[in-house]
Ligand binder design. Structure first.
Ligand code: GLP
Length: 260
């Protein structure tokens, strides 16, 4: 696991966009795993800027969302499918239908989850997966206690996650209780995991994920099992890490050929 501490959300966005950019330059038809929430917005801003400047094209890229609320109306602006359309698709040159998400409006939710797993596999799997982390250590919507080998399925949000996400809704009661989410086992199948976290509110969860024991009590700790993980943090999100000096030394002395 590589830990990179950067001075700002903009610097994090630029470095994460570099990782996407280098991958797309090598293979224009890569599959990106897309996260929602506030954390990846700097990455999407930078990808949008590079596409507008014609430095980058995502025309052949495909994308898969991590998760989705269950039973929000199809036209609700906080459906993750709608969020990613606004924050990314409408600002870059992704093809129409290039992005898919789990269908939280489906009548048969288990079938929709299985179909989503098949769609990811049929696309050849995810090459680069963007991730955020919840204050309770969740990734995607895998709440504490989630099976470390889980696949896409329905989950119930914790009160803490519903409170954290209430800022996107008109009232806390409007935050759905149920969600569909890629499992931790699904996420582990991506080739490269790129986790982004900023702000003091994430410091404890980041420390538990990176330096704590591997445990379903901190779902993000499952990243310790993956062979290629990059964690991009600002100073405040990194503040509770014990090996902070070591991470800085490793990154400062990293050979230029290595990339992220
Ligand atoms: C949300 C999303 C996650 C996200 C996390 C943190 O509930 N389902 O994918 O990483 O919580 O969100 P934010 O980046 O807004 O802090």
């Amino acid at each position: 696991m590589e830990i990179v501490i950067l001075p700002s959300a903009e610097a994090i966005g630029a470095l994460a966009a570099d990782a996407v950019h280098e991958l797309v330059a090598r293979r224009p038809d890569v599959v990106l795993g897309l996260a929602t929430g506030s954390s990846p917005l700097g990455v999407y801003d930078e990808l949008a800027r590079r596409c507008a400047a014609r430095e980058l094209s995502l025309a052949r890229v495909r994308g898969f969302l991590l998760d989705e609320y269950v039973a929000l109306p199809a036209d609700h602006p906080q459906r993750y499918r709608a969020v990613i359309r606004r924050e990314l698709e409408e600002r870059v040159d992704l093809a129409p239908d290039a992005v898919q998400g789990p269908d939280g409006t489906a009548g048969d939710l288990p079938w929709a989850c299985a179909a989503y797993e098949r769609a990811i596999a049929d696309a050849g799997g995810v090459d680069l997966q963007l991730l955020g982390i919840g204050t309770d250590g969740h990734v995607a919507f895998n709440e504490p206690g989630s099976s470390l080998s889980s696949r896409t399925r329905i989950k119930t949000l914790t009160a803490q996650t519903r409170a954290d996400n209430a800022r996107f809704f008109e009232s806390p009661d409007e935050v759905p209780r149920h969600v569909l989410t890629q499992g931790l086992g699904t996420i582990l199948r991506a080739q490269h995991l790129l986790l982004v976290a900023t702000g003091q509110g994430k410091a404890a969860a980041v420390a538990a994920a990176v330096e704590g024991p591997l445990s379903a009590s901190c779902p993000a700790s499952v990243l310790q099992l993956h062979p290629h993980v990059t964690v991009l943090l600002d100073e405040t999100a990194a503040a509770d890490l014990v090996r902070l000096d070591y991470y800085r030394e490793v990154y400062a002395g990293k050979p230029a050929w290595q990339g992220l």
